[in-house]
Design a protein around this ligand. Structure first.
Ligand code: YSA
Length: 332
């Protein structure tokens, strides 16, 4: 090492800087160290600035050792900074006098809120809430509901098969109606249930169609149930959800698992909006589940809670429900 004034300064600087860095613990102390040694007006920078006053040979030697020192100090500094960042907060360094901040509260998903309102309306009319599997057997989703394999109604339910290639008998339920068959298979009449839950269809999405959505199914079976019971129950449901002055319309519709079948619409700002399918349970569906269709009759219905929430809350696109955007979700 040359014995010039500047080269001695590089050595001294190295000793000073490394020992000062070892004793700097906090991020503030590290920053002060960086300014003192590596900053624009720092000690190493002054050494480099002073190179001009040295003769050419000394300049080469001192310049090289000063640059080596800079690289070494920068790397030591980064290392210490990482250590300081990952160090635990030292005891006593938390300001306990800071005012508390309100934790962000979660809330129920808008679909869940709507489902709860719908099921509560039926609970108050004597229906019990139950749930069923989303991964379903073809037997319950179709066959038991009077939709055999070659039935054209299967096209209406664009099905997501669990094994697309083998098309075996397991699928994601396309509606909540399979729970009609499951409940009747396990329970003797009288039956009064509502079944909320997710359904899946292999269809393109648009403002009113999602490939994943909820339905609420309803089923009532007993001796002497008539179409008047269906209408009375669904009128009362509409009154509770949409208010007493809301107009309701029933029109003929076709579902293989009811006879007769209807759809129910409500008057929304002068337009009839369909909110559910319904009907008297088809005798074949009762018999498939082991019920005596001469003795028992029943009605059933299935509705989409997202579509009902859209009407009530002026939501123009159903895809908001599953996009997980807090700007939408926090409005409920
Ligand atoms: C009919 C008669 C019964 O006795 C019982 C139930 C039913 C309903 C039948 N299982 C069914 O799924 N009919 S449906 O295909 O017309 O769907 C019923 C409701 O689910 C629709 O009115 C709509 O509100 C909702 N829905 C259907 N496809 C949807 C959807 N919601 C969002 N996205 C989709 N892709």
């Amino acid at each position: 090492m040359p014995t010039t004034q500047s080269s001695e300064s590089v050595e001294e600087l190295k000793i000073d800087a490394t020992s000062a860095l070892r004793s700097a613990d906090s991020r503030d102390q590290l920053e002060a160290w960086r300014v003192e040694y590596l900053g624009r007006k720092g000690r190493l920078t002054s050494v480099l600035r002073g190179l001009g006053s040295l003769d050419i040979e000394q300049r080469k030697v001192v310049g090289a050792s000063a640059n080596r020192l800079r690289a070494e100090l920068e790397s030591l500094f980064d290392e210490r900074l990482q250590q300081a960042k990952s160090a635990r907060v030292p005891a006593g360094s938390i300001d306990v006098t800071l005012p508390g901040r309100k934790p962000a509260l979660g809330g129920l998903h808008p679909s869940t809120q709507m489902i709860r309102e719908i099921t509560q309306a039926f609970n108050e009319m004597g229906f019990q809430t139950i749930e069923g599997p989303e991964i379903e057997l073809e037997r319950y989703n179709f066959d038991m509901l009077n939709i055999p394999a070659d039935h054209p109604a299967r096209d209406q339910f664009d099905t997501i098969w669990v094994d697309q290639d083998s098309r075996d008998d397991i699928l994601l339920r396309t509606h909540t109606s399979p729970m009609q068959a499951r409940v009747m298979e396990k329970t003797d009449p009288p039956v009064r249930v509502v079944v909320p839950g997710k359904c899946y269809r292999y269809e393109a999405t648009d403002a009113t169609h999602e490939w994943q959505f909820n339905q609420v199914e309803g089923l009532a079976v007993d001796e002497g149930i008539t179409f008047a019971d269906l209408k009375g129950t669904l009128y009362e449901f509409a009154r509770r959800i949409f208010g007493p002055s809301r107009k309701v319309r029933f029109r003929c519709d076709y579902f293989p698992f009811v006879e007769p079948g209807v759809d129910m619409s409500i008057d929304w700002n002068g337009r009839w909006i369909e909110i559910m399918g319904a009907g008297m349970v088809h005798p074949k569906v009762l018999e498939n589940a082991g019920y005596d269709s001469d003795k028992y009759t029943g009605f059933a219905f299935g509705m989409g809670p997202e579509r009902i929430s859209m009407l009530r809350n002026d939501i123009t696109d159903i895809r908001h429900f599953f996009a997980n955007d807090l700007r939408f979700l926090t409005q409920f």
